[in-house]
Ligand binder design. Structure first.
Ligand SMILES: [Zn+2]
Length: 367
């Protein structure tokens, strides 16, 4: 099976040198697919081990060979991955040339550093038995609609859409089955507590992005102007720093540790993955409408602190007018929608997750 994908924001899988990327690395794609599969499997109430403390080891004496649902497909010690994945027909270019750009909203000293990443189209060739192919296809359909591929989704990288699927598996069973045997755990990502959101807006001006905090200084800087030209040519604008800036620094937090915990941090050797991802703004094909989407899930903190984050998210991302004000965008029309629940961090049942993910596999292809 071959799945053709088009990037909506640059894709990033790292490279040999830090800060550069020679090509899309398959391991980076597989890593992100596995992360999403774990969150979905947990959301369905089934077993997904924690790969950082790898707990599954193949053992034919045990039920299910001692493997969780994720290791069954993605492999574990003594059990190989049920599919092979290769990047082919890549028609990709650097999103811009000239290295890292620094997006710095007016009130920040340091700002955010963005690497170019790759934009364009590429195929994922999936090899394996029919069942494994069907599982991977539905997973990629979900990811293209709601998630992202590769690394750095927190900075808006890796949002893609499916252009075409060739030689799909003939098996047409529903791969997502609700098990509902496990409660929502607190420590590992579980789709039942995720909130996905989509903002669609029609800007008043064609060059609306000139007013986005942090973008204007790039235009007047000789080092960065070319990067902005390239990005507007590709119909993608890095709005993520401006939005994060308002979310993170807008008003004070009750504890200084809380924003580090939620937005992620890189201090010396300590790296924390943030629990909110926001795409850049990207223009819908043949349409005046631009889209920003993303997701968030609650950090492992006390309930009162969770509510604090929830209120902050609601105040900025909850309504199109607050969101677009944060970005300094004038607009003709705008809508924001949430799924699977309508409020941030409101848990849903595994039954609801089953219909949520199944729906994505039906509507995931936009030809
Ligand atoms: Zn496992």
């Amino acid at each position: 099976m071959e799945i053709s994908l088009r990037t909506l924001t640059p894709i990033w899988t790292g490279g040999v040198e830090t800060g550069t990327m020679d090509r899309i690395h398959e391991t980076g794609i597989i890593g992100s697919l596995r992360w999403w599969y774990e969150a979905i499997v947990r959301g369905l109430g089934s077993d997904a081990c924690d790969p950082t403390s790898h707990s599954c080891i193949y053992d034919p004496e045990k039920p299910n060979n001692g493997l969780c649902d994720v290791c069954q497909l993605f492999g574990a010690t003594g059990w190989r991955r049920r599919f092979r994945l290769a990047v082919s027909n890549a028609n990709l270019e650097d999103a811009w040339s000239g290295g890292t750009i620094n997006v710095k909203p007016p009130d920040r000293n340091r700002g955010w550093y963005l690497n170019s990443g790759k934009t364009g189209t590429f195929d994922l060739k999936i090899m394996g038995d029919e069942k494994a192919q069907a599982q991977v296809l539905t997973l990629i359909q979900f990811v293209s609609q709601w998630g992202s591929l590769g690394a750095r989704p927190q900075l808006g990288y890796g949002f893609v859409e499916i252009v075409d699927v060739r030689n799909p598996p003939s098996l047409s069973c529903n791969v997502w089955t609700e098990i509902d045997q496990n409660q929502i755990g607190r420590s590992l990502p579980d789709l039942r507590t995720f909130t996905f959101f989509i903002l669609d807006f029609e800007p008043q001006q064609n060059d609306w992005w000139r007013k986005v905090p942090g973008i204007r200084p790039l235009i007047s800087d000789n080092r960065y102007r070319n990067a902005v030209d390239n990005l507007t040519h590709h119909h993608m604008i890095p709005t993520t720093p401006a939005l994060k800036n308002v979310l993170r620094y807008g008003t004070g937090w009750s504890s200084s540790a809380l924003p580090h915990q939620f937005f992620g941090t890189l201090r010396g050797n300590e790296r924390r993955r943030g629990q909110i991802a926001l795409s850049w703004a990207y223009q819908q094909k043949n349409s005046p409408i631009w889209r920003i989407r993303g997701w968030t899930y609650p950090p492992q903190v006390e309930l009162a602190q969770q509510q604090e984050i929830q209120q902050r998210l609601q105040a900025v991302l909850g309504r199109p007018e607050t969101l677009l004000r944060a970005l300094n965008i004038q607009y003709r029309s705008a809508t924001v929608s949430f799924a699977p629940a309508t409020t941030f961090f409101q848990p849903v049942t595994s039954k609801e997750i089953q219909s949520f993910v199944s729906e994505a596999s039906v509507t995931g292809v936009s030809a």
